[in-house]
Ligand binder design. Structure first.
Ligand code: ATP
Ligand code: MG
Ligand code: MG
Ligand code: MG
Length: 478
């Protein structure tokens, strides 16, 4: 089943059950705590917080989401995109646990002929919050799930709140057992690769105080109106229904991998594992970049623009490492537009601008790579002439700091030149620079290497935002 069809069926299922279909919000909302929209509930926050009266008691949407915190996982796990589509159903003081579980169960187990996804009920596992026996009871009664396939988790995994006093509540997640070839037996608490999380149901019932029930503290009260917030990963359902190995091989992402094969001369699944990761990174990031540009982000050295810049540069870098010698961006953007525009028409109508922004960044980065490569050669020759086998940390730092030349590239070129790099020295200089940037509010805004923007992020969804622990996390990924 194609991804567009999976989306359509989700919305139809919930519209039939009295939900109003609400379009996806932009990835960029005016919320100082959030870099990008990362969950379906974000646009409904004022309703959940009681700040606005919802114009309908039930809603459904397929929300565009970007999770920068998952960037390290991309291409390495089978299930993490930086951009993905979260399908959700929401109840504002209307139905509660039993309704949410029943609706979800119907959609996933109803046969495909009847409009559902047709998953084998025997392969479904669920988790519940350890202090929420009611959810488990409903799963048994409504869905007939036996105790062996219901697992309990503590508040860190299965309790949701916004990190501040306000609404909170237990979660219950739905997993699909992909079979023994994907990992260890024993359910999601043992192996989240084999047991793929597809859907998270949040039961907002508590009033959380200063201390979060996540950490074992009791809630301070009960919400006067209980709400439902759910999120189903469209790409993950697509992975399962298309019988492919991972989210990067689903119908809307895979074509970019094929384009990358054509442009680089390397083949997916033929070379090294590292190369396969690069293919998946390209496919994932090309889509995210196009979606971000469509929503008005431009590459820059701070905030959202810096995330976009990193994504675009990683695409260029990965393509080069795969063997591409010519610009690649225009072609990747064109494939993404073809795949995504049936659901997101802007990608076609605004294509010229999207392409121009992406290609402009590629051109600038290719110039950086060229200048950096020349400077690298100079430094390498100097080191060799002086009889050294190591490139100083300060050289690597200067390449990075002045020319935006990624450290991983320095490492790789050094190794080709038979040199090692004083990485320790490089890291010390990076750390010192970070300290300086912190101390100086002005330089914080200007510094090329600044990452404070990521620290400002407060992820409001169940997943914790891990942020970039180190600016050049790309060094480890590429
Ligand atoms: P995981 O534990 O696999 O990282 P999560 O618990 O962080 O997922 P939720 O915050 O519960 O995910 O989001 C709701 C649903 O959105 C998930 O059940 C999953 O289907 C989907 N989802 C979450 N993160 C991603 C991602 N990076 N790429 C694709 N789908 C995702
Ligand atoms: Mg999870
Ligand atoms: Mg989850
Ligand atoms: Mg996660």
């Amino acid at each position: 089943m194609q991804t567009h069809e999976i989306r359509r069926r989700f919305l139809d299922h919930f519209v039939k059950a009295g939900h109003v279909e609400v379009p996806s919000a932009s990835l960029i909302l005016d919320d100082p705590n959030l870099l990008f929209v990362n969950a379906g509930m974000v646009q409904f926050k004022p309703y959940f917080l009681g700040q606005q009266t919802p114009p309908y008691p039930r809603a459904t949407s397929v929300q565009k989401c970007v999770r920068t915190g998952d960037i390290e996982e991309v291409g390495k796990t089978t299930r993490h995109n930086t951009f993905f589509q979260m399908a959700g159903n929401f109840s504002f003081g209307d139905y509660f646990k039993e309704g949410a579980i029943t609706f979800a169960w119907e959609l996933i187990t109803k046969s495909q002929e009847e409009g559902g996804y047709g998953f084998d009920p025997e392969r479904i596992w669920v988790t519940a919050y350890e202090q929420d026996p009611e959810a488990a009871e409903i799963w048994r009664r409504v869905a007939g799930i036996p105790d062996e396939r219901i697992q309990f988790r503590d508040g860190k995994d299965n309790y949701w709140d916004m990190g501040v006093p306000g609404p909170g509540g237990p979660c219950s997640e739905i997993y699909y057992d992909r079979g023994p070839q994907y990992g260890k037996e024993g359910g999601p608490i043992v192996d989240e690769d084999r047991y793929l999380e597809i859907w998270n149901l949040v039961f907002m019932q508590d009033e959380r105080g200063e201390l979060s029930p996540k950490l074992g503290n009791p809630p301070v009260g009960v919400l006067p109106k209980k709400n439902i917030d759910t999120g189903m990963g469209v790409e993950r359902v697509a992975l399962l229904l298309q019988g492919v190995d991972n989210v990067y091989e689903t119908d809307l992402v895979r074509p970019v991998i094929e384009k990358a094969e054509e442009l680089s001369g390397s083949r997916y699944h033929v070379g090294s594992d590292e190369n396969d990761v690069r293919f998946r990174v390209i496919a994932d990031h090309a889509r995210t970049a196009a979606m971000l540009i469509a929503d008005g982000v431009n590459p820059s050295n701070e905030g959202r623009g810096y995330v976009l810049r990193r994504l675009l540069r990683r695409i260029v870098r990965s393509a080069r490492l795969l063997g591409a010698t010519q610009p690649v961006m225009a072609e990747f953007m064109s494939v993404v537009s073809t795949m995504m525009s049936p659901s997101y028409p802007d990608l076609a109508t605004d294509f010229e601008r999207i392409e121009r922004v992406a290609v402009g960044e590629e051109a600038a980065f290719l110039r950086t790579l060229d200048t950096g490569s020349r400077l690298f050669e100079l430094a390498a020759t100097e080191a060799r002439t002086a009889g050294k086998t190591t490139l100083a940390g300060s050289e690597a730092f200067a390449l990075h700091d002045t020319y935006g030349f990624p450290i991983d590239l320095t490492l790789e070129m050094a190794s080709e030149a038979g040199l090692s790099v004083d990485e320790e020295g490089f890291r010390t200089l990076m750390a010192e620079q970070r300290q300086r940037a912190k101390a100086d509010a002005h330089s914080r805004k200007q510094a090329h290497a600044d990452q404070s923007v990521y620290k400002e992020l407060l992820d409001t969804h169940p997943t914790e935002f891990t942020g970039y622990t180190e600016l050049n996390s790309e060094a480890r990924v590429l």
